[in-house]
Design a protein around this ligand. Structure first.
Ligand code: AMP
Length: 420
């Protein structure tokens, strides 16, 4: 296959982010965002947003009509139980993603529109859907099931799906790379701490537990989301407070978390206010960190043996204070942060553990777009190869296979240092 560029589209509810990557060296050729879709001063809808992306790329000589383009990779938030791998888009796949709209009413419709418009613009090109839930499909039933009536759960698709999967997949593998280890030999806790936040337990490259659930609301304290809460709080608010489902949805998703606790959802602002002894900011920080420590402890028990713990995303990559507080006095669990290494600001993957730490503690910048591009490119090449084209080996040697038990013919050694 001569075409070696991949366009990654992340069509959110009110924005479309894009990146164009050259897969030969995994470099960025272009990136951008079209914001305020459907709002005043913005574009009317996702169709117009995608056309704007197309025009921006064309203006830089990188148009969607380029023969260099090998595939378009689309981030899709919810894959349910059906989509557990990157998937080549067909009419049937589109219908499947549509069926999952009730589980992700804000995200899946926008993702779908992105795919449909890109398909119209380049009907000949492989469009690949990469699901936020897919990496978590390996979570065993014991961790995925909620302890409610099974018939009710099955009827409504209620189980733990998990999200941020492309980030957890990328970071767990990049952590192994950093340590010079094979992901198959490593047990890793990944803490993805962005505006949304989630933890995962990855055993030998395979996800075995995660903090998000049916939706991205469960688990850690986030910028505006509550994370774990007694479900009776909802019943109490409805019965006693007379709140409707939309109000409770709004409360827990948009007015809770750090914002609900102290009026700010940005960890930088919380840090500034803590320096001025603001008690509400301090409480928000403490609640955030307490929940994080609970999950570190819980996932240590889930894994039995932890080799590495990785911090990623906006807060994880940048807040030395959160990292230090999250692991303070955890030498009993083999985790000791080196204060000097932790305080050093850097952009690449780096170790912050002390020499005495049994567990390697790392800061590993996430790169969801690259993960999606790798998935889309590998699938486009697989498809081309199986269609009888010229290549003999379909899989990209730069991308270690995710499947822990691939068929023997498909096994290929990861190339050390092939990606950051
Ligand atoms: P993300 O969703 O990964 O883009 O993360 C966004 C969040 O990261 C912001 O809301 C901030 O809370 C946090 N963040 C970004 N930069 C910093 C920083 N330098 N220090 C602390 N937190 C930061």
């Amino acid at each position: 296959m001569t075409a070696s560029r991949v366009l990654v589209l992340n069509s959110g509810s009110s924005s479309v982010k894009y990146q164009l990557l050259q897969m030969a060296d995994e470099s960025r050729l272009a990136s951008g965002v079209v914001e305020r879709i459907g709002e005043e001063g913005g574009v009317a809808d996702h169709t117009e947003a995608l056309r704007k992306v197309s025009a921006e790329l064309a203006g830089r000589g990188l148009g969607l009509d380029s023969p260099e383009l090998a595939a378009v990779g689309h981030r899709v938030v919810h894959g349910g139980t059906r989509f557990t791998e990157p998937t080549l888009v067909t009419d049937d796949v589109l219908a499947g993603i549509e069926q999952l709209v009730p589980l992700a009413p804000l995200h899946n419709p926008a993702n779908l529109t992105g795919i449909k418009v890109a398909r119209e613009l380049r009907p000949d090109l492989p469009q690949v859907a990469v699901f936020d839930t897919a990496f978590h499909a390996t979570i065993p039933e014991a961790a995925a099931r909620y302890a409610i009536d099974t018939a009710t759960a099955d009827r409504y698709g209620i189980r733990r799906y998990g999200f941020h999967g492309t980030s957890h997949a990328y970071v767990s593998r990049a952590t192994a790379d950093l340590l010079g280890e094979d992901p198959a030999d490593l047990n890793v806790i990944v803490l993805h701490l962005g505006n949304g936040a989630s933890a995962s337990a990855v055993r030998g490259g395979v996800c075995v537990d995660t903090s998000m659930g049916l939706t991205p609301l469960e688990g850690l304290v986030m910028g505006t989301r509550s994370g774990d809460i007694d479900p009776a709080v909802i019943i109490h608010l409805a019965r006693t407070g007379g709140l409707g489902t939309d109000e409770i949805d709004d409360l827990l998703n948009k007015r809770s978390g750090l914002l609900g606790l102290c009026g700010a959802n940005d960890m930088r602002e919380i840090g500034r206010r803590m320096a001025e002894d603001d008690p509400r900011a301090q409480l928000a920080f403490d609640v955030y960190v307490h929940r994080l420590r609970r999950y570190v402890g819980a996932f240590t028990a889930v894994l039995g043996r932890v080799d590495a713990l990785a911090f990623t995303a906006g807060v994880g990559e940048n807040s030395a204070a959160v990292r230090a507080a999250a692991l303070r006095d955890l030498d009993g669990l083999g985790m000791v942060v080196d204060p000097v290494r932790n305080a050093v600001r850097g952009s690449g993957a780096r170790l912050i553990s002390a020499a005495s730490s049994r567990v390697a503690i790392a800061v590993v910048p996430t790169d969801e777009e690259l993960e999606i591009a790798r998935d889309a490119y590998a699938l486009a090449r697989d498809t081309e190869a199986s269609a009888g084209h010229t290549r003999s080996s379909a899989r990209d040697p730069h991308r270690p296979t995710r499947d822990p038990h691939p068929p023997a013919s498909d096994q290929q050694a990861p190339t050390p240092g092939a990606h950051p």
